[in-house]
Design a protein around this ligand. Sequence first.
Ligand SMILES: [Zn+2]
Length: 64
Amino acid sequence: MSNASGVPGVFAVQCPNPKCRKYMLVEEHDRGKVVPCLLCKTPIRVGGAPVEPRPPASRVPPSQ
Ligand SMILES: [Zn+2]
């Protein structure tokens, strides 16, 4: 899911606003920051989408 744009160091984020859903390209150094959507100004957390397959085991105790 990293480099869908094909440009190194740049990746796409999608506006969480259901009425907007604009994709924007942000740079790698913006990861972890919050940037406003260019259209609706909704704050978008860059890299906020959970890419990691599993959370650390110590954080989530098993429910059983
Ligand atoms: Zn937007």
